[in-house]
Each structure stands twice: as C-alpha cells, then as structure tokens.
Design a protein around this ligand. Structure first.
Ligand code: SF4
Length: 470
C-alpha cells in the first residue's frame, strides 16, 4: 500500500552472457526490480541443452539462496518478480512458466495483462490443452508452444497477432533469449550491452545499469529482439499501434527514479510534475514535504517552483515491507503509523504542503494528515501529482475495481473533508501530459476512461481463478 498508490505490475530480466554466472546476474537484476513485485520470484537458465528453474513465493532475497542458485548453470537466463495482475497470488502463478514443447524447452516471463486472455484461454481448453494456473502468462506460453512457424520468431509473430493488451516478455529457449514488447508499448522493456560482451534485457533501465550495461535502448513497440549473439537481432514483428499507449504511471510512481521511460529520466519528469503542481495550485505555506519515497522528486520540484522550503516530514521504515502485503483495508489503515514517523520539529506550528504521487483507495492520505496534525502542523495542504483516478486498469496494474476508487465515490471537496486536510489539489491531465513531454502516445485511461483498446469489463483480475474454482 505504499502511500496508497496503484499496486505494481511485474519485473522481468533476460541475460545472454557466455562463460558468466547468468543465474547470479539475473538475481541481481531482479533485486533491482524488486519494487515492481514482491509476491514471488523465479529464474530459469538454459545451458544449450536443457532448462533448469527455481521459483517460489516471497521476495527475491527470500526465494534465492546460494544452494538453489548454484544448480542454475548456463549461458542464458530469464527471471521474474511478480505482483499478481491476473490470477490470485498462489504459488502456481509464480513465473517463469517452463514447459517442454515439440521444439524443445520453453520458459516465459511476462509483465502486463492480456485483455482477451479469457477468450484465448477458452480456445486452449477447447483444443484439449491443460492449464495449471490462473495466469494469462501461461496462456501466452501455451499458445507459443502450439503456434505455427519454423522458428521461435515466426511462432511469436503469429501469436502476437492474437494477443490484445500489455505484454513485455522475456522468453528463454534452449539456445537464446528473446525480448518482446506489445505494439501499444504499454509496459517498459530495454536491452543493454553487458561489460562482458553479452546482452541483458530488463523492465527498467535502472536494473540494466545495476548490471553495468551500456548502449541501453528500449525494445520498441511490436519488436522482437534476440539476445543470443554478439550482435542483437532485431525484428519488427508487428507494426507499432497507431495509438501508442505507454503507461503514464511508470513516470508517476512505478519506475525507479534512476530509470528512463520513453527516453526521459523518471526523476526529472517527477520534478516537472511537482513544478506543474506548484504552478497550478500555489498556496501560502512554510514547508514542502514529500510522502517518501516516490514523491521526493515531485516535492523538490514543487519547492523549487514555489520558493517554499523543502524538508523531510516523514521518515519511512524501509524494512517493514510494502503495506499492500496486508490484506484488508482496516489493516492498511493501521499500517500507516507503523510505516511512517513524523519529524516533529520540521512541521510543528507550520503550514505544510504534503506532496504525494496518487490517491487510489484513499486509505492512507487521511492517516498521514492526522500524523502531521498530531505532530503540531498548523495547516496541511495535500498536493497530488496526477488527476483523480476514476477508472480501473485492465492492462496489468491493480487499481482495484471501480467501487474501490475513492475518486469514483467522492468529489474533491468530499475527499478533502474525509482526509481532514485544509486543501486538496490534483494535477490536471493537461499539465501532467505537458510534464511527461507528450500529449499523445501515453495511456491515461485510469484518469479519463479513454482506453486504448476496447475493454470487456468482465476481464477482472481473478476471472481465471474463478473459472478454475468453478
Ligand atoms: Fe497505466 Fe492507467 Fe493506462 Fe493502466 S490505465 S496502463 S495504470 S495509464
């Protein structure tokens, strides 16, 4: 529940590094992507003949120990860190998915969500294909195994034509790693050159830099990039969609601030979001504080633009874990005080601007405001770096259902009264898009309801799980 922001998607990593310990490299890549999913992690490695894998529920550092990394020997690796976006959190949905096919072993790790997965799943079942999980990523894996084509690239291209929605994939075959991005470009995926001369692919450029990569480039929408030689092999499998739809929330919240998304520094964009917020909603105040950590750059931008001094107001306990691991709303409310302490002397008797990245369910803002008031803040003005979230996401981000969204149930004044703050302001859509540097090319459906693809509202996150239970 990290400050009531949308719940993350997943992180993927792919490695081609002959004569290196690829499993260990994948481990550190996943470690750098831990913020994208904390429910399960897995790594699969190919030695050119067979694929071995280890995956389990838990944080990357809990799932992997030296004794279960050691057997993962080979030249090629993929890894996944999961937050469930389709299917429940059970162990059977942990990734990668590894199967044996008529073309050899195949492992798949997926970030995103197919909006037509229910239909595709039924087709597989009708053809007698057995499924062991409730995940759309298994649907992707099984479709690939049965697809027509002489090569994995051909089979992928044929399958991509049927997949609607968000998919950034890393795919491990006996003799290579493929990095694939959907034609809309919903979720990020980049590749980079390893210091040893091999290649790595990762959800975020920040993870590639952790591995020492240079020459980092995005996998473009609709591209398949093969990492199995000294030179990358790039194929434009499908043309980019006419309406590109990069998830704007990568800038607002998901990505590490040291990552680049759409060619722009996430940290820099967040500062611009804060500046825009100050221009739109300047208020008389004594101090600007962030809700750590994702709002720090925006608060710096707000302070720089407004001339109001920046300071820390909350200290976050980084070791308590992200509070969304607590399952109920009532526990989440308690979680805020467990997670944040106020630096009393920085807010006592002061008019405080509290900058946060987003409000989803609305469970956290009120308790944070209360903490500031209890610490002696004279006024609390809440500033949010995106518009009110009024629509669910079907492309791989868990916003909850429509009725969970506080901005669906209340107008801004009602939210202000509920949170107990003196004022509440959400950045306008226009200013948000200006700050990210484009007025088109981004998905902003959770603010506007303007989905880049036709959505079947029955495609809920646990729809598959229900099908299995039924
Ligand atoms: Fe991202 Fe929102 Fe679009 Fe989902 S609906 S892909 S969270 S911008």
């Amino acid at each position: 529940m990290d400050n009531d922001s949308p719940r993350e998607e997943c992180g993927v990593i792919g490695i081609f590094a002959p004569n290196e310990d690829v499993a260990r490299m994948a481990f550190f890549g996943l470690y750098a992507l831990q913020h994208r999913g904390q429910e399960a992690a897995g790594i699969a490695v190919s030695n050119g003949v067979s694929i071995r894998m280890h995956k389990d529920i838990g944080l990357v550092s809990q799932v992997f120990m030296p004794q279960n990394l050691a057997p993962l020997q080979g030249h090629y690796a993929i890894g996944h860190t999961r937050y469930s976006t389709t299917g429940s959190s059970s162990a059977r949905n942990a990734q990668p998915f590894l199967i044996e096919t008529r073309y050899g072993p195949l492992a798949v790790a997926h970030n995103g969500n197919l909006i037509n997965a229910a239909t595709l799943r039924q087709e597989l079942l009708d053809h007698g294909v057995g499924l062991s999980s409730s995940s759309d990523s298994e649907v992707i894996t099984m479709m690939l195994a049965g697809a027509e084509g002489k090569t994995w690239n051909e089979r992928l291209k044929n399958s991509m034509a049927r997949w609607n929605g968000a998919y950034s994939l890393v795919i491990l075959t006996r003799d290579g790693v493929l990095a694939v991005r959907d034609p809309w470009g919903f979720r990020p995926l980049s590749v980079g050159l390893l210091p040893s001369g091999g290649w790595a692919a990762a959800s975020e450029s920040g993870a590639l830099r952790t591995l020492g990569c240079e020459a980092i480039r995005e996998v473009q929408p609709g591209e398949i990039i093969a990492l199995s030689n000294s030179a990358l092999s790039v194929q434009q499998a499908l043309p980019p969609a006419p309406r590109l739809a990069r998830c704007v929330f990568e800038h607002i919240y998901f990505s590490r601030p040291d990552s680049f998304w759409d060619g722009q520094s996430v940290h820099h964009v967040r500062q611009k979001l804060g500046q825009a917020l100050a221009e739109e909603s300047l208020t008389q105040a004594d101090v600007v504080i962030p809700v750590p950590d994702s709002s720090i750059p925006a608060a710096i931008g707000y302070a720089a633009s407004s001339g109001i001094p920046y300071n820390d107001g909350f200290i976050k306990n980084r070791y308590i874990g992200r509070t969304f691991i607590q399952p109920t709303d009532s526990l989440r409310k308690q979680g805020v005080a467990l997670k944040f302490n106020v630096i009393v002397e920085n807010v006592l008797g002061k008019r405080v601007v509290m900058v946060d990245d987003s409000i989803v369910r609305g469970n956290t803002t009120g308790p944070l405001v209360r903490l500031l008031r209890q610490a002696g803040a004279r006024e609390v003005h809440v500033r949010i770096t995106c518009p009110p979230i009024t629509h669910s996401c079907y492309m791989g981000v868990d916003m909850g259902s429509q009725e969970d969204l506080v901005a669906c149930r209340m107008v801004v004044d009602e939210m202000r009264d509920r949170f107990g703050c003196d004022s509440l302001y959400f950045l306008s859509l226009e200013s948000m898009l200006r700050a990210v540097g484009r007025t088109s090319g981004y998905c902003h459906a959770c603010f506007t309801g303007s989905y880049p693809l036709a959505i079947d509202p029955t495609s809920v996150k646990t729809g598959f799980e229900k099908a299995i239970a039924d």
